[in-house]
Design a protein around this ligand. Structure first.
Ligand SMILES: Nc1nc2c(ncn2[C@@H]2O[C@H](COP(=O)(O)OP(=O)(O)OP(=O)(O)O)[C@@H](O)[C@H]2O)c(=O)[nH]1
Ligand SMILES: [Mg+2]
Length: 402
């Protein structure tokens, strides 16, 4: 399953966002370092299901379909807060980043109400610049990555310079847990302007630059501009946009409140909706009613929604550019061997081939890959065919999926 890591300064609402997305109950409080260990949960990317277009009733297995909306699960990991010099052990350090090595994307949470200082201490609104929150996370991430690269560097750089080992291979081996391959390392070395024939002479700042270039190529991020419900936050959202980040204004707290209220039947609300309805106002306590009115006025009327589902969708479908594809075993009935119609959907990077899809489903299926069939047309797909959004394909392999 795809993984997104939720990171940021303390007290910006990471756990609130995590909880809103996963409905897992975690500790949330208005002081720094509430979260001490990572929390793991599942949330969903929302895509239009092909069942409608194909006029079939599906029976999903690895995902959920509600009225033609397919919910594709992804894993989310809520991390403890990060502060400047965390890579030197400040605050809770950065050890927990090991747990998000495999993440395909980072969600960097920033507080656009500006009501948390650099260390996460609560303050008056608009006393802190959220751009700094994002820059700090990137700097710390890069320093953490540089530290990994630097391990055993004198030996590796000497061996590479003497041509006993391949520099890019050795570096990619160190970073393979981060999904960094030799191509990425090679591009990053060039982008950092480093002389690959003289790695022994690369200094600390140069290794840090290399880390930045590797991170840019392997860990995309999106900014969750949280606490957007606080009046006046528009300016800070704009500042983040001006800085060139991909930004989604969100109110994690509003989303969490609405999902909880919907689960109790108090409101009608589906994540991603641009409206909600109170079911029976007479059943709400005055406090609940006030909270919902605050959300209506400060979130829906100002922003058109909580932004939380939009954040996840934008991250996967726009930033990563993933497309949903539906593998089936039987191309005629669109089923798996248990007769389930359109059982699975996978999010694949754009320009993936059917063979790559086979590998994603199961290594063995990929290894035994023979060819694939477009289930809609019944035609065999070329080996270099590029999968299209909503494509339904049947993979023929010498090996069965596990
Ligand atoms: N106004 C407003 N407050 C929010 C929102 N989301 C979270 N908060 C508040 O921000 C404070 C911190 O929330 P947490 O979710 O614990 O923050 P965190 O980033 O996980 O904090 P650490 O675990 O300490 O790093 C709490 O008081 C939340 O109620 C939001 O959308 N709007
Ligand atoms: Mg937390």
């Amino acid at each position: 399953m795809e993984i997104a890591g939720i990171v940021g300064k303390p007290n910006v609402g990471k756990s609130t966002l995590f909880s809103a997305l996963s409905m897992v109950n975690v500790e949330i409080a208005n002081y720094p370092f509430t979260t001490k260990k990572t929390n793991v949960g599942v949330t969903y990317v929302r895509v239009e299901c092909v069942c409608k277009k194909l006029g079939v009733r599906d029976n999903p297995r690895n995902s959920i379909c509600i009225d033609g909306v397919r919910l594709v699960p992804i894993q989310i990991i809520d991390c403890p807060g990060i502060i400047r010099e965390a890579h030197k052990g400040k605050g809770l350090g950065l050890k927990f980043l090991d747990e998000i090595r495999q993440a395909s994307l980072l969600i960097i949470v920033a507080d656009v109400s500006g009501a948390t200082l650099a260390d996460g201490t609560p303050a008056e609104p608009f006393t802190h610049d959220p751009v700094e929150d994002v820059e700090m996370v990137l700097d710390e991430f890069d320093a953490w990555l540089a530290e990994i690269i630097s391990r055993d560097w004198p030996r590796i750089s000497r061996a590479a310079e003497a041509k006993q080992v391949s520099l890019t291979l050795e570096l990619s081996k160190k970073l393979s847990g981060l999904g960094v391959d030799e191509n990425v390392v090679s591009e990053a070395i060039d982008a950092a302007g480093l002389d690959r024939s003289k790695p022994v002479s690369w200094k600390e700042e140069e290794l840090l630059k290399l880390a930045t270039m590797i991170r840019r190529r392997s860990k995309p991020f999106i900014v969750a501009a949280n606490k957007a419900d606080v009046k006046g936050s528009e300016k800070n959202v704009e500042k983040l946009v001006q800085r060139g980040y991909d930004v989604v204004p969100v109110s994690a707290e509003a989303e969490r409140t609405l999902r909880l209220a919907a689960s109790k039947g108090l409101v009608k609300y589906v994540p991603g909706d641009n409206n909600f309805e109170m079911v029976d106002e007479s059943k709400l306590t005055p406090q609940q009613k006030k909270a919902l009115e605050y959300i209506r006025e400060n979130v829906f009327e100002r922003w058109g929604g909580t932004g939380v589902q939009k954040l996840v969708n934008m991250a996967y479908l726009e930033k990563l550019g993933y497309i949903p594809v539906y593998p089936v075993e039987n191309p005629h009935t669109l089923t798996d061997h248990e007769g389930r119609v359109l059982p699975d959907v996978y999010l694949m990077p754009r320009n993936s081939t059917p063979r790559q899809l086979a590998y994603k489903i199961h290594t063995e299926l990929g290894e035994g890959y023979l060819y694939a069939v477009d289930a809609k047309t019944g035609l065999r797909l070329a080996d270099d065919h590029l999968l299209k959004p909503g494509e339904v394909v049947s993979i023929v392999s010498t090996k069965k999926r596990g």
